[in-house]
Design a protein around this ligand. Structure first.
Ligand code: ATP
Ligand code: ZN
Length: 444
């Protein structure tokens, strides 16, 4: 067998072993979840470091701020990381590496290819095997540091299970991505008296705050009212640079260490803002103190137990961006399958495919022959659009976007503002095209 053949054989064996490893990990997670009380609490001699621990953590033990006392604090602590995505991955990896004794991981999702540029606890193999994020992350953590006990909670954290899940942890890390879960975790932390290390990251910006600690404010003190659901930017809609949640997740781990080792806060608690675009990248702002009228941590709280957070926020933890209905008349919309048939029987000179996504998205992928005019530039580029329509000899215009929302606005614009009635929307946009017509078309 040649070198190439042998290499192929080894690659195939390796990917089979990786898949098997994930299977074993999943079974272990399930077994250990069934005997949870055995995995909580101190390990070994609570008051002494073992030879192995001294060796492993030696470079950290040498730091006066940590020393044996600090290392024992970490070893005898339990930290819950909610969300094992972009923030939770680096945060949990560092907490395990630094010697936190018990790490709980909560997530309900499976690993996706579009997660891997930032969710560094996961691998392509996890994705190919359809692994659950908590299983995949646990594998990474136990490889890194087998001394760390990892407890997995493969579930959607909600009002029915949060108190039971979070109780007993010394610190909770919010590494999630939605308002409903942020309020849920905050309220449970206040009710249980647990400090909360909260982070967020989207596009090129991130934020970090420690709530409910040392008499400081809780999340509700600062944000008593949730933002409107469509004002919340998500990674899947607006994107995120891989390292940004990496920076914030690492700083979350740092804050956890500070809380666990009892480093006294010299100053009033602050919010740290990070931006790739600003110079310097970090800015700290002082937080207002705890608000006496806060509904959950105030002097006369009105929230004594967990509430319905999806109702409070107007969107749940699972809600993806809503689909709009701008065009009430269904005859103004065609499915992707219908458009594919129309396109193949129409002379391309008499059909205009108008792609109204922004240029960045258009550059990622597009259908052949599409004219790109972003929805928010239609008026500004009206002459260009009118010229293209003028060349159609009365032929149809079809508008497309990523998921069929903005394209409806474009159809309305062409019909109402340009007075051109032969204009139709392609329902479900390029996501629909990939699912219905061309499975090889890139999904993003
Ligand atoms: N209520 C919840 N219970 C459990 N896990 C949650 C909850 N809310 C959010 N999460 C998890 O928090 C993680 C957040 O990760 P991240 O912000 O990187 O986004 P993502 O959902 O993985 O990816 P994308 O938004 O790009 O599809 C996800 O793994 C998500 O499943
Ligand atoms: Zn409060």
């Amino acid at each position: 067998m040649g070198c190439g053949g042998r290499a192929d054989e080894l690659r195939a064996r390796l990917s089979q072993l990786r898949a098997e490893e994930l299977e074993i990990e999943a079974e272990l997670c399930a077994l250990e979840a069934a005997q949870q009380d055995a995995t909580r609490g101190q390990q070994g001699d609570g008051g002494k470091l073992s030879r192995e621990e001294i060796q492993r953590y030696s470079r950290q033990l040498l730091i006066p701020e940590i020393g044996t006392r600090g290392q024992l604090c970490l070893r005898n602590s339990a930290v819950l990381v909610v969300g094992t995505g972009g923030l939770g991955s680096p945060c949990a990896l560092y907490l395990a590496a630094m010697g936190v004794g018990t790490l709980g991981l909560v997530d309900h999702d499976t690993v996706d290819h579009s997660n891997l540029h930032r969710q560094i606890a996961h691998t392509s193999a996890s994705c190919d095997s359809g692994a659950h994020k908590v299983v995949s992350a646990r594998m990474a953590l136990s490889r890194l540091n087998p001394l760390c006990r990892v407890r997995t909670h493969d579930m959607l954290l909600d009002s029915s299970n949060a108190m039971e899940t979070m109780r007993g942890y010394d610190v909770v890390v919010d590494a999630t991505d939605n308002a409903a879960t942020r309020y849920l975790i905050n309220d449970a932390c206040v009710l249980l008296g647990i400090p909360l290390v909260s982070g967020s990251a989207v596009r090129l910006d991130g934020q970090l705050t420690v709530y409910n600690y040392n008499g400081g404010p809780c999340y509700r003190c600062l944000f008593p009212v949730p933002p409107p659901p469509d004002a919340v930017a998500t990674c899947s809609e607006t994107g995120v640079l891989g390292i940004v949640p990496g920076v914030i997740g690492c700083l979350q781990a740092l804050e956890v260490v500070k809380v666990l080792t009892g480093k006294k806060m010299d100053e009033a608690p602050g919010m740290l803002l990070f931006s790739y675009k600003s110079q310097p990248h970090f800015r700290a702002i002082k937080l207002r103190p705890r608000v006496a009228t806060c509904a959950v941590c105030g002097d006369a709280p009105t929230i004594a137990g967990l509430v319905d957070y999806a109702a409070f926020c107007g969107s749940g933890p699972n809600d993806r961006a809503p689909d709009w209905t701008v065009l009430d008349d269904p005859s103004q919309r065609v499915s992707c399958t219908e458009f594919s048939a129309i396109q193949s029987r129409t002379d391309r000179r008499h059909l205009l495919l108008l792609d109204v996504r922004d240029e960045v998205q258009f550059d990622i992928c597009s259908l052949p022959g599409a004219l790109n005019i972003p929805a928010d530039q239609l008026e500004q580029r009206r002459p260009e659009l009118e010229r293209a329509i003028g060349a159609l000899d009365g032929g149809p215009v079809y508008a497309i976007c990523r998921r069929g929302n903005l394209s409806q606005l474009a159809v309305k614009y062409v019909r109402d503002e340009l007075g051109y009635a032969e204009c139709y929307d392609i329902a479900r946009g390029l996501i629909g095209w990939q699912e219905e017509v061309d499975h090889d078309f890139p999904a993003y």
